[in-house]
Ligand binder design. Structure first.
Ligand code: G
Ligand code: G
Ligand code: NA
Ligand code: MN
Length: 254
């Protein structure tokens, strides 16, 4: 299967769209927001980004996917604002190619403004690789600029990289998303728990909010609550769902 060709066709036929995975306050059950994840609609199924994204992250197709995702997320946020049920935040994933010359600084505010969506609704999810990939001051400047405009930034897949904790925690971010591998190990492995507890402690000092990814069991959720992790997402609560189901989740939360 030629992934790039399939994605180009899906773009042309308007079959790329965001699915939304909800994020919850682990104590109150309130919804913090969604993470938008790219999906491809085909005749018989919804194809996960895992199946086509790898092949497209470097070409110019990547830029087209980002633009399309942003457009759809802005339109969906507009719809939820109109219904009075907009979630506080919707995260969108950005890869390092998005930061290469991409006119992110124009594109993001311009798209949200076109739909009349306040900037604080959007969270830029980036990984350490984006940050460290190309002279971190350039990316840091861009992130600072976005935050000054009112957007939020989340550091994704935290703990999977190689940079020092000190370095990472000087990044200009609002949220730290603890990688699923730590959530998986939380109950079995005391080293993992110690690391997560350390991150929670530092994040609190630095006024960053922590989200645990890949929460799959009630026991994991309980442990996260007990060590003071405020937010979680994962299959225990919900996988990424289509716009209609996401709207039902928001209505139920109201
Ligand atoms: O949800 P799923 O398992 O299909 O996601 C697989 C990978 O693809 C994840 O790492 C996720 O971050 C990434 N991904 C999903 N949607 C997007 C997107 O819109 N942009 C980028 N850059 N990555 C995405
Ligand atoms: O790389 P990133 O963290 O953006 O991607 C998150 C990925 O994890 C998505 O592909 C999403 O579909 C997937 N995901 C979300 N929750 C769970 C979960 O509880 N278990 C598993 N196995 N995958 C999850
Ligand atoms: Na993400
Ligand atoms: Mn992640």
């Amino acid at each position: 299967l030629d992934a790039i060709h399939a994605v180009e066709r899906a773009l042309a036929e308007n079959r790329l769209l965001p699915y939304y995975q909800p994020l919850f306050d682990l104590k109150t059950g309130e919804i913090l927001g969604f993470e938008a994840l790219c999906r491809m609609r085909t005749e018989d199924r919804i194809v996960s980004a895992a199946e086509f994204f790898e092949a497209t992250t470097d070409g110019k197709v990547a830029g087209a996917i980002t633009a399309r995702m942003l457009e759809r997320v802005a339109a969906d946020l507009r719809h939820w604002c109109d219904l009075g049920i907009a979630p506080p935040h919707v995260g969108m994933n950005f890869s390092s190619s998005d930061f290469h010359g991409a006119r992110l600084r124009e594109m993001i505010p311009e798209t949200l403004a076109r739909y009349g969506v306040p900037l604080h609704h959007l969270v830029l999810e980036i990984t350490e690789t984006v940050y460290l990939g190309q002279g971190d001051t350039v990316v840091a400047d861009t992130l600072r600029w976005f935050r000054a405009q009112g957007l939020l930034v989340a550091l994704d897949d935290f703990g999977t990289g190689y940079a020092s904790l000190t370095h990472l925690l000087t990044m200009p971010v609002d949220f730290i998303k603890i990688d699923k591998s730590f959530t998986d190990q939380l109950l079995q492995n005391s080293a993992s728990r110690a690391i997560v507890e350390g991150v929670l402690h530092i994040a609190q000092e630095l006024d960053m909010r922590v989200i645990a990814e890949g929460v799959e069991t009630e026991l994991q959720a309980e442990r996260l609550r007990s060590i003071g992790c405020a937010y979680g997402q994962g299959h225990l609560f919900s996988p990424a769902v289509g716009m209609e189901r996401a709207t039902e989740i928001l209505r139920a939360a109201k």
